[in-house]
Ligand binder design. Structure first.
Ligand SMILES: [Zn+2]
Length: 314
């Protein structure tokens, strides 16, 4: 996703989203509860193509199946049920089920001005085996109402990378006196992907990175410029968690880099793990459209800037 300086911000942002959507939902629910209670399936009104903002829908997830938990105010009009299903069908066609086994909820929302394209967050802060993933459908469909496949695939892979590097097999929520990388959710296992990645690539710059204030966009921009050859994108320079997710998404959709830059080494890092090599091959085989990494980076970068207030001059 596009969030977080350390995962803390993801959590804060997520809570903020949930609060926002919850209040939007509640205010609408009050006026539409008689309809909800009727139990009838509301037919999709295809004449209404209005793109509304707020919560679209929340689903529980079991493998490739989703079950509606709640509908939001933005589920009427353009982001109707058939489009929600279209997104899910795209997502599941790209990401193999075994790579998202901890994903138990899906939140679809719509907000063209939010820099967040997607996010993940644990459903229970004490149990990293259950996660929700959110996707901003305003970035899945462009301004011409066309499905944006390449970027949506990249974003989905980025989010799945968070799950793979932050779940209960990788991170211990109860880890005290953490001697390894602390992800925000917990203490990473010494052999975890993220701790190995951190030890190898972040040891000498982490302190400097952590001194940048959460909203100090110019600070992040300067940090990225200073260490440009270490990162696959400017968003990657936000923190180690975003760095590994961006590097993995680049690893999956891009070509194998031959150079010796730290950024290239980060991409090749994943080749040391058989299961990740296999996952890359599966995902790649599922992508039957062009993916232009430079375009994707440009769009995501702009959005990141917009999210932080547009103060940067990148
Ligand atoms: Zn992310």
């Amino acid at each position: 996703m596009l969030t977080d300086s350390s995962v803390n911000i993801t959590i804060m942002k997520t809570s903020k989203h949930i609060l926002l959507f919850l209040s939007l939902f509640l205010s609408v629910a009050i006026f539409s509860c008689d309809k909800e209670d009727s139990g009838d399936e509301t037919p999709i009104d295809n004449s209404d193509q209005t793109r509304r903002r707020g919560l679209v829908a929340k689903y529980s997830v079991a493998g490739n199946n989703i079950t509606l938990i709640q509908s939001g105010p933005a589920s009427k009009g353009f982001f109707n049920e058939s489009r929600q299903k279209e997104f899910w069908s795209f997502f599941t066609s790209i990401i193999p089920a075994e790579a998202r086994s901890v994903m138990k909820e899906l939140e679809l929302f719509a907000d063209p001005e939010d820099g967040t394209a997607a996010y993940v967050a644990p459903l229970d802060q004490n149990n990293l085996s259950v996660w929700e993933m959110g996707h901003n459908l305003d970035f899945v469909w462009d301004n011409n109402n066309q499905f944006v496949k390449a970027e949506s695939a990249y974003t989905s892979i980025h989010e799945v990378a968070h799950l793979l590097t932050l779940d209960h097999t990788q991170v211990d929520v109860n880890g005290n006196n953490c001697g390894t990388f602390h992800t925000g959710e917990g203490c990473s296992n010494s052999g975890s992907y993220i701790n190995q990645f951190f030890s190898r690539f972040w040891g000498d710059i982490y302190q400097e990175n952590q001194q940048i204030g959460q909203d100090d966009l110019e600070g992040y921009a300067a940090f990225y410029r200073k260490y440009r050859d270490r990162f696959v994108s400017e968003y990657a320079a936000t923190n180690p968690g975003e760095d590994i997710a961006e590097s993995f998404a680049t690893y999956v959709v891009g070509d194998v880099p031959t150079g010796n830059s730290v950024a290239s080494q980060k991409i090749r890092f994943f080749d040391s793990f058989q299961e990740l090599v296999a996952l890359k091959q599966k995902i790649k085989a599922n992508i039957n459209f062009d993916v232009n990494l430079n375009n994707i980076r440009g769009v995501r970068s702009q959005r990141f800037m917009a999210q932080k207030g547009g103060k940067a001059n990148l």
